[in-house]
Design a protein around this ligand. Structure first.
Ligand code: CFM
Ligand code: HCA
Length: 528
């Protein structure tokens, strides 16, 4: 039996039937079909989050000048209070409410008698104390169950206070993971905020989409882009703001880092305002250099192109020696990489450049296109995906503006520019890697025993499970309070943290429980 069969063999036939579609081997780089974006098996200890986490926690959360009121129990509010490390700073013109946690703190009585009154009161209080230009309301599970009309409350408050108030029905139970929440957030931002500003167009202007400034990533990417001469209109949504986002429609080009969470806005901006989008990856030197060159190729201005090459040479020169020193300490190591919906792929080139091979990997909630590439879209919708609203937008004749003619865009696409396209994980993962979609704790432990990676990159939910088996873990969600990891300087931080982790002698002293005690045998998934 190979490793895949050994792990799947422990499942009852019902669970086996489900999981065998999600656990696959890459055979000599051949593209494989994988089951993704389907329901997790109840009780299986998935690492996924919920729809509310994807909407409020991920996409809306970093909008610093917005008072974001969670309508629900305090636990849900607390969960999205700073834990994701999306850093932000205020400036002379933009307020920053990120340090606060706004919640209606629903109690049993609100569930029985309805929570709308409490929500109205919370909005009033927020307006009186903070005077924000925009309030967002995010629902949690009980709100959907009892039927509070948060959209009516938002409309009434907008009228009453003369500010923007937008409600998001992102109850945790909607969809199969946080991915549905990304989509709901994208729809709400597009319908209510993007395009409502009146700023004038500036030269070489871009929006940075799907960059959430975890550990300061967005700041490092922004530093390099500004050095070259680009004007960043808005970042969605890391250190982002309502004030900036209103004007996102004026940019010449959209750069998309995490396509999983924001491809909907990228597509809608193209349809409504004519803005093309380009897939970028600012993680890892190969990724950064390629992305900067692609952006320069899009603008095709000799000065910008020359500046791009000069900045690349200068930034690379600064980190070259340090990176190669770290490489000598990492060369030949193997890694497991399991993150949400796009980072696993984004980090492969950085790890490869340090001589580290990914032998085990996957995503929590990616869709098939994140594994196989965007060309496989559209995918057949199932009942769960149909439950998430998909909106269509129309061309806005007054604001529609294209940077290039359709013929020129076709030429650029033919020349290999990733305009409106992205490759999947298959394009870069090692030809012998083992892949698990919606990985669970059982599979994590089993594959660790079988494949013994030197380091495991994932999140807080399995970090200590991994470390108990004597393998160092680095969190690729929060960066374990380090970072930035993006950009040239970020690559050095990453290489340093990984080198320290892998070469710490303490890990050799940890005895994995299964090395000293018999482990429980049996099948997972109950009786047949
Ligand atoms: Fe995009 Fe993200 Fe990710 Fe994601 Fe996330 Fe995140 Fe992530 Mo945690 S938006 S899909 S929902 S890159 S919060 S910043 S680290 S799981 S891989
Ligand atoms: C989320 C947020 C999360 C969790 C990270 C983790 C993040 O899914 O709600 O499990 O360690 O990046 O903060 O993905």
């Amino acid at each position: 039996m190979n490793s895949r069969e050994k792990v799947l063999d422990k499942y009852s036939s019902k669970i086996y039937k489900n999981r065998k579609e999600h656990v696959i081997e890459i055979e000599n780089g051949e593209p494989n079909i994988i089951a993704a974006d389907t329901r997790a098996i109840p009780g299986i200890l998935t690492n996924r989050g919920c729809c509310y986490a994807g909407c409020k926690g991920v996409v809306l959360g970093p909008l610093k000048d917005v008072v974001q009121i969670v309508h629900g129990p305090i636990g849900c509010s607390y969960y999205t209070w700073g834990t994701r490390r999306h850093k932000s700073k205020h400036d002379e013109t933009t307020k920053n409410f990120s340090e606060y946690c706004f919640s209606t703190d629903m109690q049993e009585t609100d569930i029985v008698f309805g929570g709308e009154k409490k929500l109205k009161k919370a909005i009033k209080e927020a307006v009186e104390i903070f005077n924000p230009a925009c309030i967002m309301i995010a629902s949690t599970c009980p709100v959907g169950l009892i039927g509070d009309d948060i959209h009516a409350v938002a409309a009434e408050a907008e009228e009453l206070y003369g500010i923007k108030v937008v409600a998001f029905s992102c109850e945790g139970y909607k969809g199969v993971s946080q991915s549905g929440g990304h989509h709901i957030a994208n729809n709400g931002l597009m319908k209510n905020i993007i395009g409502t500003g009146d700023a004038d167009h500036v030269k070489y202007s871009i929006n940075l989409l799907g960059e959430y400034n975890i550990g300061g990533d967005g700041w490092e990417i922004g530093r390099v882009l500004k050095r070259i001469g680009y004007n960043i209109v808005s970042v969605m949504t890391g250190d982002g703001s309502y004030a900036e986002m209103k004007n996102a429609h004026i940019a010449d080009l959209n750069l998309v880092q995490c396509h999983r969470s924001i491809n909907y806005i990228a597509e809608m901006l193209k349809t409504k305002y004519g803005t093309e989008w380009l897939k970028v990856n600012f993680i890892g030197l190969e990724g950064i250099k390629q992305s900067l060159r692609d952006v320069a190729a899009f603008f095709n201005d000799p000065d910008l192109t020359a500046k791009t090459e000069a900045v690349i040479a200068d930034e690379e020169d600064e980190i070259k020696v340090t990176m190669s020193e770290f490489k000598t300490k990492l060369e030949g190591k193997t890694a497991a990489v399991y993150v949400g919906g796009s980072r696993t792929h984004h980090y492969i080139n950085l790890l490869k450049s340090l001589g580290v091979e990914v032998v085990l990997g996957g995503y929590e909630f990616a869709h098939r296109d994140d594994y196989e590439g965007r060309q496989i879209l559209p995918l057949k919708m199932d009942a769960d995906s149909k439950n998430i609203e998909s909106i269509t937008v129309e061309k806005d004749p007054a604001k529609f503006r294209t940077f290039h003619t359709p013929e020129r865009i076709q030429e650029l696409k033919d020349a290999g520019l990733p305009i409106e396209s992205y490759e999947g994980l298959w394009a870069d993962i090692s030809p012998d890697a083992m892949i698990t979609d919606d990985f669970n704790h059982f599979e994590t432990e089993e594959f660790i025993k079988l494949l013994k990676p030197d380091i495991f990159f994932s999140g807080i939910k399995d970090k200590y499970v991994v470390q108990r088996s004597g393998i160092p873990s680095r969190q690729l969600h929060s960066y374990d309070y380090s970072g930035p990891y993006a950009g040239f300087k970020g690559a050095v931080n990453f290489a340093r943290d990984v080198t320290l982790a892998v070469n710490t002698p303490a890990w050799e002293l940890v005895q994995a429980p299964w090395k000293t005690e018999p482990t429980l045998e049996g099948s997972i998934g109950g009786m047949e």
